[in-house]
Design a protein around this ligand. Structure first.
Ligand SMILES: Nc1nc2c(ncn2[C@@H]2O[C@H](COP(=O)(O)OP(=O)(O)O)[C@@H](O)[C@H]2O)c(=O)[nH]1
Ligand SMILES: [Mg+2]
Length: 242
């Protein structure tokens, strides 16, 4: 993979927000704070995914108030993958860091990851102390086991929303997932392109405001549908390459 330069460091920080009116301002300000510290050239890109609360309005106000902050809106709501994919497509800087818009990660854990980009294409983190119910953790374990059976990624916590990608990689792939499968799709495609992926642990904080929707039945069913579609697609590609 042709990695972009690290100096001067050019960085897009992006996060999807779905009904995050109680979180979007705090998360945006934390993102701006870290971007100013580590990047010479940066933007913070808020993706409002068709929220029904005041998220979009607050995002627009922050974009007007803080140079470097941009807000884009999916209308209607496209789902997690649709929101993240929009952030990747719209990102203008060389490196793209994405996380969640709900404040469950600490931006201060980003700077120590940067030296890893000298020797690796992608940083994909895993949660050290996942702040979810036992049921959710059990489901996540079963899901990761299934994904690793199908794709043999050997990666931990594929869905952790704390990753850095080079834009050169994003430009080489077509992202098809609209749902939660997006993380799997991107990492499997990265591996097939020969990208090097490094993993580190990060802390996971409890959600202090807003509602978790990541375990809705609709979200889960869509993830399964997209999983089998991706499996067939990757199999076809591997056959075609042989
Ligand atoms: N689940 C879900 N999350 C979305 C959507 N669009 C954007 N998001 C954002 O994705 C992030 C993760 O959502 P969350 O409900 O906390 O899922 P969890 O942390 O995996 O339980 C949050 O920043 C949401 O605001 C959507 O349509 N569905
Ligand atoms: Mg969350």
């Amino acid at each position: 993979m042709n990695r972009p330069p690290l100096t001067p460091f050019s960085l897009t920080i992006t996060f999807p927000c779905y009904n995050e009116e109680a979180n979007v301002e705090r998360v945006t300000r934390a993102a701006v704070d870290v971007a100013r510290r580590i990047a010479a050239d940066w933007e913070v890109l808020i993706v409002n995914d068709g929220s029904r609360d005041r998220t979009g309005e607050i995002a627009d106000r922050l974009a007007a108030e803080i140079p470097g902050v941009r807000a884009v809106h999916n209308n209607p709501n496209l789902g997690y993958g649709g929101a993240l994919g929009r952030g990747f497509r719209e990102a203008r800087k060389n490196w793209i860091f994405y996380t969640d818009g709900d404040g469950q990660f600490d931006f201060n854990e980003l700077p120590p990851l940067l030296p890893l980009l000298e020797t690796h294409d992608i940083v994909s983190c895993y949660r050290l102390d996942r702040q979810d119910s036992l049921m959710r953790k059990a489901n996540a374990f079963a899901w990761t086991t299934l994904v690793n059976l199908l794709f043999r990624t050997g990666l931990r916590d594929i869905d952790c929303a704390f990753k850095i990608y080079p834009r050169t990689f994003i430009e080489q792939i077509e992202i098809k997932s609209r749902g939660a499968l997006i993380d799997t799709e991107m990492l499997v495609k990265a591996r097939n392109l020969g990208c090097t992926i490094v993993q580190r642990g990060v802390h996971h904080l409890p959600r202090i405001a807003g509602q978790q929707t990541g375990a809705n039945l609709k979200v889960i069913l869509r993830a399964f549908r997209e999983l089998f579609k991706l499996y067939r697609q990757i199999k076809r590609e591997v056959h075609a390459a042989q």
